[in-house]
Design a protein around this ligand. Structure first.
Ligand SMILES: C[S@@+](CC[C@H](N)C(=O)[O-])C[C@H]1O[C@@H](n2cnc3c(N)ncnc32)[C@H](O)[C@@H]1O
Length: 205
């Protein structure tokens, strides 16, 4: 999968090298050969899914740099929405302070990888679970939802529609990397701060 529209091969190499060495240093498994047949059970949310790919971890740092300083992330519950094998979740846990950490993905195999990665990297206090985000219902508390282009507009719409009131009440945040559907968010009364070069958005509800 392409991470963004960046064509400069130096930039791509640097980001990919950083991923490789961080993944290695933390003893994480990343099996790119796991193929998911999304047409197998014709579930609509599976057809809307993006293929598994690990985010450029440096884009997580770029995302965090977009967040206005008056947000105190220690009060926020972090969820990696479409966490895959949990590498992005573990990067957040090791580098940024949130109140709690979880990762959800509807592919059992990725959640199994997530559990192995958690153990291999001696990371504790992350809750991985098998869940279809189409049906996710957030509680009335502040969330930081991390999305690395996990799915198409259909699933984004149901995630927001099902949770809009709670997201607003709690001043929750979406951090959206490779933000293909960012235009959809202009339909809501939200603050958007965007890195147009890397296609990364902070969305404040
Ligand atoms: C591009 S990968 C990102 C993985 C991870 N965040 C990372 O950076 O390493 C997107 C993930 O979203 C998951 N996904 C797609 N649609 C989903 C849905 N409706 N519910 C839960 N997970 C979903 C896919 O299975 C895939 O693992």
């Amino acid at each position: 999968m392409n991470h963004n529209n960046i064509t400069n091969s130096n930039i791509r190499q640097k980001n990919e090298l950083f991923n490789k060495s961080w993944i290695k240093k933390n003893n994480l498994l990343y099996d790119e050969s796991v193929e998911i047949d999304k047409f197998k059970n014709k579930c609509i949310s599976k057809i809307d899914s993006s293929p598994m790919c690990v985010v450029w971890l440096k884009n997580i740092d770029r995302l965090l740099n977009l967040i206005p300083k008056y947000y105190d992330l220690k009060n926020y519950h972090f969820i990696d929405v479409g966490c895959g094998s949990g590498i992005s979740t573990i990067y957040f846990k090791k580098n940024y302070k949130f109140k709690t950490y979880s990762g959800v993905d509807f592919e059992k195999i990725f959640i199994e990888y997530g559990e192995i990665n958690k153990k291999n990297s001696s990371t504790d206090d992350i809750r991985f679970s098998i869940e279809d985000v189409t049906y996710l219902r957030l509680q009335d508390q502040p969330y930081f939802l991390f999305l690395f282009n996990p799915f198409g507009l259909k699933t984004i719409k149901s995630l927001i529609k099902n949770n809009l009131q709670n997201l607003k009440n709690s001043n929750s945040i979406i951090g959206y990397v490779n933000d293909l559907h960012i235009n959809h968010f202009t339909d809501y009364d939200v603050q958007i701060i965007r890195d147009d070069f890397y296609n990364i958005s902070f969305i404040g509800f």
